[in-house]
Design a protein around this ligand. Structure first.
Ligand code: F6R
Length: 241
């Protein structure tokens, strides 16, 4: 794992946007794996600005998102469909038919996870996967205890994740308790991975991911097995190293 230290959230956002921008403009066809949450918000803003300022053609860009809450319609303000549209897709010209997010409102969730894995195969795999990390070491919604060989699946969210994400909802009871998530093995298929983290709340998870023993109790440690992972983290998030 390559660790790149930046000063703060703004620098992390800028550097991440630049890395994704470079990948887009230097590829004839590119599949980007995208994450949601607070960490990449500013990065999406900067990336959209860079793409628009330079009138970059995006017809060769495909995007696949990591996860979606179960039970939220795509137009629910807290769904990841809505997040992506609001923060990124509405501001750039990626063809909508090139963008993929698991359908958390699907009536047959088993069929939906299989469909998503098939789509990932058909699209030819992810070239660059963006990841955040949970305080408990989750990546996507693969909570502690998730098998390293998991493919896209339905997960029960950990209590800490429900509490962490309650800030986006009116009450904690409104936070969905399940999600569809790419599995750890699905994520490991990406050709390269860029994990971003900011703030001291992530310091223990970053330390565990890099220095801890490989363990399903700390899902992010699976990344120690991947040969092209860059961790872009600010001073606060790498405080413990
Ligand atoms: C989101 C995702 C999650 C988040 C993680 C950190 O698509 O897959 O793993 O990256 O929960 O969330 P934030 O950035 O809100 O701290």
């Amino acid at each position: 794992m390559k660790l790149e230290r930046v000063e703060n959230y703004n620098e992390m956002s800028q550097k991440t946007a630049e890395a994704i921008y470079d990948k887009i403009v230097n590829s004839d066809r590119v599949v980007l794996g995208l994450a949601t949450g607070s960490t990449p918000e500013k990065m999406y803003e900067i990336l959209a600005e860079m793409l628009n300022e330079n009138s970059v053609d995006l017809s060769h860009v495909y995007t696949v998102n990591l996860d979606e809450y179960v039970g939220l319609a795509s137009d629910h303000p807290q769904s990841y469909h809505h997040y992506m549209k609001n923060i990124f897709f509405d501001h750039v010209s990626i063809p909508p038919e090139n963008t993929f997010i698991p359908d958390g409102a699907a009536t047959d969730l088993d069929a939906e996870v299989k469909r998503y894995d098939r789509m990932l195969e058909e699209i030819g795999g992810v070239d660059l996967q963006l990841l955040g990390i949970g305080r408990n070491g989750h990546i996507a919604f693969n909570e502690p205890g998730t098998a390293f060989d998991s493919r896209t699946h339905v997960v029960d969210l950990a209590e800490t994740t429900i509490k962490d994400n309650a800030r986006f909802f009116n009450t904690i009871e409104e936070v969905p308790t399940r999600a569809i998530s790419m599995g750890l093995d699905t994520i490991m298929d990406a050709k390269s991975i860029l994990l971003i983290a900011s703030g001291e709340g992530k310091a223990a998870a970053i330390d565990g991911m890099i220095n801890g023993e490989e363990s399903e109790d700390m899902p992010a440690t699976v990344l120690q097995r991947h040969d092209d992972v860059t961790v872009l983290a600010d001073e606060a998030a790498i405080g413990k190293l």
